[in-house]
Design a protein around this ligand. Structure first.
Ligand code: FES
Length: 141
């Protein structure tokens, strides 16, 4: 399936859905590794939105990137509850372990607020991470 065909299939899969923009963007990000400018234009046309509206959502959420980044990514929650539970103190060790091989991404809430600090790798969530656990996650990514 070509890129345009794959994008059309994603758009068709969400036809008639309430609030389709975010699910479409997640599917496009997963399928292409990014939400390109061309995809933004096609999505906007399909949903009868302006490209600026679509781009505003893409640029607001850290889940979406404009270009593919082939590196493995680890998301670290830096919202208030995880800050209170010490995520900031873990960042230097994670960054050092990541080097340029792993992308450390900041997110704001992974839904584990009472069990922070929280991280996500792919579809896996990690709660109550400490420095050693986080460094192991980075090294195994
Ligand atoms: S604040 Fe970190 S998971 Fe909600």
């Amino acid at each position: 399936m070509t890129g345009p065909d794959k994008l059309a299939a994603i758009l068709d899969a969400h036809a008639g859905r309430e609030g389709p923009l975010l699910p479409i963007l997640h599917d496009v990000q997963a399928a292409f590794g990014c939400v390109s400018a061309e995809a933004e234009i096609a999505i906007a046309a399909h949903l009868n939105l302006s490209r600026a509206e679509v781009h505003g959502v893409v640029s607001f959420y850290h889940d979406f990137t404009a270009t593919p980044d082939p590196r493995p990514a680890i998301q670290l929650c830096r919202a208030e509850a995880c800050k209170a539970r010490g995520i900031e103190a873990l960042i230097p060790a994670a960054t050092a372990a990541a080097g340029s091989r792993v992308r450390i991404a900041t997110v704001y809430c992974l839904g584990l607020c009472s069990a922070g600090p929280a991280a996500r790798v792919g579809d896996e969530l990690y709660a109550r991470i400490d420095e050693a656990a986080l460094v192991r996650l980075v090294e195994s990514a």
